[in-house]
Design a protein. Sequence first.
Length: 66
Amino acid sequence: MPPIKFKPTEKNYDRRSGTYTTQHYYMKGTSKKDLFDYINSSNAKPKRIHGILKELKRRGIKVLWK
């Protein structure tokens, strides 16, 4: 099973060297502050909230959620 993503992967082009770099945004590499900010935002999607709560549980952080 692949790791859960926080947001889509970005492919950046460097004009100087002419190369592409790929940046992945996995849930496990996202800061705790960013995760809590997303949960508390007004446009948070339930599917992503569920993934974030699972990640916080994996890290050992207890969250009270309805």
